[in-house]
Design a protein around this ligand. Structure first.
Ligand code: BEZ
Length: 387
């Protein structure tokens, strides 16, 4: 049996070593897994997200929740067939504390599955797949961006103000299908009717047959979901086919970050997103200045979504003083966060999807200039989320 003094000494040693362990633990950097595309049609979008995330961390002196940050970056190639292996590499081999990713809905849905299986925090900084904050919603899965339904719905409301019939064109995968579904809901709500949905496989750019069919249907308007490098060709092909003046084209991402490459073909196009050039608020003023200084170009929505993903994780980590073991507390803090975003106030629905305003933008020169707010505080229905 231990004497009283020996017992006290043993307790003291145990406490000291556990305190030492805690200190060593918290002095280690937080491991951030950046699973984003750095090749393929979404490469620029992935760069925007990563740049935005790193800008926020740099503004905090290179720290999140008081701890230094180590990045582990992986090119997901926007390839759903590699997503399971890639996400597991980051979680199991690299032991990241958080997964940040990605752009493509199909890849992100698999990341959400891996995050659920391993109780790893996932913040999706773009991909809008409905199931992530729908049937697959989870305490540890969040989005800093949008659900595909949201910007599509906003575009439907906008087009429905002027037109009675429309045809949609999209890439055939979750983002295209859901964006079109949102558009149809908004358009029908405003009294419009979608005559036909045309599509092609992701990331195909053979738009001519679809544009020819659109021309024969002759709707009053068209809505398109193609993104990244693909949208540059689409908008140019649309104008070259002589459709721009006869069938007004609407979109959500269609002109985001690509106006310089699209040139005159994009002039005047109207789109609906949760960010816009010329959006005035103090946070956005500072964000634009800092981003432009750091990267030599103005930010777009992808930079905002990356920046806010970092803000969200910082809120979670600060709530636990950087102790990543307190997972449930981190999730609660993010769930209840009120983020001062460059896009305006940002809060989260029960399913962890952003509740946010959607803006009307018109393409002028190299800017998507804000002209109006089409819907305020839009909540994704997330009908199948059981949180
Ligand atoms: C998506 O796959 O969810 C997506 C990709 C690019 C822009 C918007 C959404």
């Amino acid at each position: 049996m231990l004497s009283k003094s020996l017992f006290h000494a043993a307790v003291a040693v145990a406490l000291a070593s556990s305190a030492g362990w805690a200190t060593a633990q918290s002095s280690e950097p937080i491991k951030v897994g950046l699973m984003l595309p750095s090749s393929g049609t979404f490469a620029e979008l992935g760069k925007g997200v990563a740049d935005g995330f790193k800008l926020y961390v740099d503004e905090q002196g290179g720290k999140l929740g008081g701890r230094a940050v180590q990045y582990i970056a992986l090119d997901d190639e926007s390839d759903p067939s590699k997503a399971n292996e890639n996400a597991n590499k980051l979680v199991k081999r690299d032991k990241v504390d958080v997964l940040i990713g990605t752009i493509h809905s199909g890849v992100a849905a698999t990341m959400a599955k891996v995050a659920r299986e391993t109780n790893t925090l996932l913040i999706v900084p773009n991909a809008g797949a409905g199931e992530i904050t729908g049937a697959m919603c989870a305490p540890n899965v969040f989005r800093s961006s949008f659900s595909n339904w949201q910007p599509g719905y906003a575009a439907g409301l906008l087009a429905g103000k002027k037109h009675k019939t429309a045809v949609t064109i999209s890439w055939k995968y979750a983002a295209g299908d859901e964006s079109v579904k949102g558009f149809r809901e908004g358009f029908e709500k405003s009294g419009g009717k979608v005559l036909k949905d045309l599509n092609l496989p992701f990331p195909g750019v053979e738009f001519q047959p679809l544009l020819a069919e659109l021309a024969t249907i002759k709707p009053e308007a068209a809505y398109a979901f193609v993104a990244g490098a693909g949208q540059v060709k689409f908008v140019k092909d649309y104008a070259a086919a002589g459709l721009k003046n006869s069938i007004p084209l609407y979109g959500a991402f269609l002109t985001e970050g690509t106006l310089t490459a699209q040139g005159e073909a994009a002039a005047g196009l109207q789109t609906t997103l949760h960010y816009a050039d010329g959006l005035k608020n103090p946070k956005n003023d500072k964000f634009i200045a800092a981003y432009t200084k750091a990267y030599g170009a103005a930010p777009n929505v992808f930079g905002v979504q990356g920046y806010d993903a970092a803000q969200m994780y910082d809120v979670g980590l600060k709530a636990v003083k950087g102790d990543t073991k307190k997972k449930a507390e981190i999730y609660k803090a993010i769930e209840n966060a009120k983020i001062d975003s460059p896009r305006g106030p940002l809060a989260f629905s029960k399913s962890h999807n952003p509740v946010q305003d959607f803006y009307v933008r018109v393409a002028r020169g190299n800017q998507n200039v804000m002209t109006d707010t089409i819907v305020k505080g839009l909540v994704d229905p997330s009908r199948d989320c059981k949180l």
